[in-house]
Design a protein around this ligand. Structure first.
Ligand code: AHM
Ligand code: MG
Length: 336
C-alpha cells in the first residue's frame, strides 16, 4: 500500500516549505509567501515558453496586439512578471535582475526583509530551437532594518538563505535549497502545483561527464587546458569522460546535479572573468551544488566565499561532483 500512499499524499512545494518553517518559529511565514510569488513567476514563464513555438508558427511574435503594442520578447516579459510578483509579495526590499542595469529598490510601503537576485530567463538564445532554458534565483536576508543599500546584495554567496532554479524542459522542474539539502519538484500541469519528485538530491561523488564550451580552448589557461586533457586522455587507467554541453546553464547544471560530473565556465584570454554572473548565476548554482554534497570553485577560491563588488560582476566557475572539482583545484594549486 505504500505505493498508493505515494500517489495520494502529495507534497507540494508550499507544503514542503511550510513544514520546513515550522521547525523555525522565528520565521513567520514570510519566506513561504515570498517563495509562492517566485513559484508564480516560474509557472507563468513555463506557460509562456511552452506557447512560444506555437506563437511564432502562427505569426504572433513580433506582431502587434490589440492595444497596438508589439509582442514583448520572452526574456523581457519574464523579467516584468518576476519583478511585479516579487514587489507585490511585500516581502522584498531589493531586487537584482540580469535584465536590469540597476538594482530595484522596493518602495517603502511594500518592503519586506528579503533581497532577491535572479536571472528570469537564462539561455534565452536557445528559445527558438526548443532547447531547455531556465530561471535562476538566490535570496538574501537584509543585513539590518535600516534603509536598503546595495551592500545588502553584495554579500558572499554563503550568506544566501535560499537558492534555486526552474528548468523549462520536457517537464518543468524546480530545484530548491533553503540551506538544508536540495529538493526537486516537478510541475503537474493539470494541478498547477509543483510536487516533490526528487527529495534530498545528492550529486554523485565522482562523475563521468564534463561540460564546457570547447570552442574557447585556444584561449584557456593552463589549469583548465590540463583538466580537459585529463578528461579525454586519463593517465590513471580510468575511462575517459563523456562531453555534454547544452549551452544553457540551468540544463547543464541540472544534469550535473543528477548524473554527476563537472560543469566549467572558465576564464579565458578574451574574457578574463569568464562569462557567468556572480550574483544570479554562479552563487545560486554553487549554493545548490554544495548543499547536494558537491563543490564550486572559481579557480582561486570557494565560489561562495567571493564578495562581489558590483551587481553584474562575472566570475569563472567550476562546479559539480566533489572529486572532479577537487581535481581542478589541484591543477590550479600546481600553477601557483
Ligand atoms: P545568457 O544569460 O546571455 O543567456 O548567457 C548565459 C548562458 C548560460 O546559460 C550558459 O551556460 C552560457 O551562457 C553558455 O555560453 P557559451 O555560449 O559562451 O558557451
Ligand atoms: Mg543569464
Amino acid at each position: 500500500h505504500s505505493a498508493d500512499a505515494h500517489r495520494t499524499d502529495l507534497m507540494t512545494i508550499t507544503r514542503y516549505v511550510l513544514n520546513e518553517q515550522s521547525k523555525h518559529p522565528e520565521s513567520r511565514g514570510d519566506f513561504t509567501i515570498l517563495l509562492n510569488h517566485i513559484v508564480l513567476g516560474c509557472k507563468f514563464v513555463c506557460s509562456a515558453v511552452n506557447k512560444a513555438g506555437l506563437a511564432k508558427l502562427i505569426g504572433l511574435a513580433g506582431e502587434t496586439n490589440v492595444q497596438g503594442e508589439e509582442q514583448k520578447k520572452l526574456d523581457v516579459l519574464s523579467n516584468e512578471v518576476f519583478v511585479k510578483a516579487l514587489v507585490s509579495s511585500g516581502r522584498t526590499c531589493i531586487l537584482v535582475s540580469e535584465e536590469d542595469e540597476e538594482a530595484t529598490f522596493v518602495e517603502p510601503s511594500k518592503r519586506g526583509k528579503y533581497a532577491v537576485v535572479f536571472d528570469p530567463l537564462d539561455g534565452s538564445s536557445n528559445i527558438d530551437c526548443g532547447v531547455s532554458i531556465g530561471t535562476i534565483f538566490g535570496i538574501y536576508m537584509m543585513k539590518d532594518d535600516g534603509e536598503p543599500k546595495l551592500e545588502d546584495v553584495l554579500q558572499p554567496g554563503k550568506n544566501m538563505v535560499a537558492a534555486g532554479y526552474c528548468m523549462y524542459g520536457s517537464s518543468c522542474n524546480l530545484v530548491l535549497s533553503t540551506g538544508r539539502g536540495v529538493n526537486g519538484f516537478t510541475l503537474d500541469p493539470s494541478l498547477g502545483e509543483f510536487i516533490l519528485t526528487h527529495p534530498d538530491i545528492k550529486v554523485p561523488k565522482k562523475g563521468k561527464i564534463y561540460s564546457v564550451n570547447e570552442g574557447n580552448a585556444s584561449n584557456w589557461d593552463v589549469a583548465t587546458a590540463k583538466f580537459v586533457e585529463k578528461c579525454k586522455f586519463p593517465k590513471d587507467g580510468s575511462p575517459a569522460k563523456s562531453l555534454r554541453y547544452i549551452g544553457s546553464m540551468v540544463a547543464d547544471v541540472h544534469r550535473t546535479l543528477l548524473y554527476g560530473g563537472i560543469f566549467l565556465y572558465p576564464a579565458d584570454k578574451k574574457s578574463p572573468n569568464g562569462k557567468l554572473r556572480v550574483l544570479y548565476e554562479v552563487f545560486p548554482m554553487s549554493f545548490l551544488m554544495e548543499q547536494a554534497g558537491g563543490q564550486a570553485f572559481t579557480g582561486k577560491e570557494r565560489a561562495l566565499d567571493l564578495v562581489p563588488k558590483k551587481i553584474h560582476e562575472r566570475s569563472p566557475i567550476f562546479l559539480g561532483s566533489y572529486d572532479d572539482v577537487e581535481a581542478i583545484k589541484a591543477l590550479y594549486a600546481e600553477q601557483q
